[in-house]
Write a protein of this length. Structure first.
Length: 284
């Protein structure tokens, strides 16, 4: 499907506490990928979750996986981030997470063959897929990764949305189209972040965004309603609110059990008592 891998995030799976927890919680379909004709395991009726205003902010690294067997058991919804190497994917994740080094780029593009998972405050997961477009990997390893990534995008039960990061100066590439062609048939939505918009003047930003949108509608007329395009810049924080709104809507529409409860707004927090409770100021 794609050539090689690129960006990766900090952390290592190995024998970490996160890996041990998931190893001890295998489900019937422990890799979360349904085979042909399978509808997945039955689940109890989940509770509806409230949308989070900043869904990716304060994300924390969870684990790294390289095979189907290492994937976390299906449960919390997942948002996947994908894109060509050097498209600005890591910067986009960091900007949305309000972190500087949550996700970072490998010094040797094409060598990282892993999906890195991060846990969001809501209990949902963010899956950072390796950047693609480099061929500097052994052929056998490339073939393994292509099949693994294709299965994850097309059949991962917990995946509710894909964020595709595209360098607005280069537009949609053939590899981007191949990835979307494999993913959109699942019927799930995609958000295209047209990054590095700070390199354009205001008028040119609109032109670049429209060009990407037109390219996608031409390439995928049947699935055009599933794809949205947002002008984005991590350095100037262009498009942050629009991207957050889309991701929050995906997670808010997904019902799931487990995970941490959603954050409570400041106005909704119960104030802490300070000393003894006092009566009304003017008792009658």
């Amino acid at each position: 499907l794609l050539e090689g891998g690129g960006g990766h995030a900090g952390g290592d799976s190995g024998s970490s506490p996160a890996r041990r927890r998931f190893n001890g919680a295998k489900a019937t379909y422990c890799n979360g990928i349904a085979g042909p004709g399978q509808s997945g395991p039955g689940r109890p009726r989940p509770a509806r979750r409230r949308a989070v205003k900043h869904p990716v902010r304060n994300a924390e690294f969870l684990l790294t996986v390289a095979t189907d067997e290492q994937l976390p058991p299906p449960g919390p919804p997942e948002i996947a981030f994908a894109g060509r190497s050097n498209s600005g994917k890591s910067s986009a994740i960091n900007a949305l997470a309000n972190r500087t080094r949550l996700a970072f780029t490998s010094k040797t593009p094409g060598r990282t063959q892993q999906i890195n998972f991060f846990r969001l405050r809501s209990g949902a997961l963010l899956a950072d897929l390796p950047g693609y477009g480099y061929a500097a990997v052994p052929q056998a390893l490339k073939h393994h990764w292509q099949e693994f990534l294709a299965r994850y995008l097309a059949m991962r039960q917990s995946l509710v949305g894909l964020v595709l990061v595209v360098d607005a100066r280069r537009g949609i590439s053939d590899l981007d189209r191949m990835l979307l062609a494999n993913y959109l048939t699942s019927g799930r939505p995609a958000l295209v972040l047209a990054t590095k918009m700070d390199k354009f003047a205001a008028a040119a930003q609109r032109v670049a965004q429209r060009a990407i949108d037109h390219d996608l509608r031409t390439a995928f007329p049947v699935h055009a309603a599933q794809v949205a395009v947002v002008a984005f810049s991590a350095t100037r924080r262009i498009g942050i609110e629009a991207a957050e709104a889309t991701i929050a809507a995906w997670l808010g529409e997904s019902a799931f059990d487990g995970g941490a409860p959603g954050p409570v707004d400041a106005k909704e927090r119960t104030p802490r008592s300070r000393g003894m409770a006092r009566g009304p100021k003017n008792p009658r």
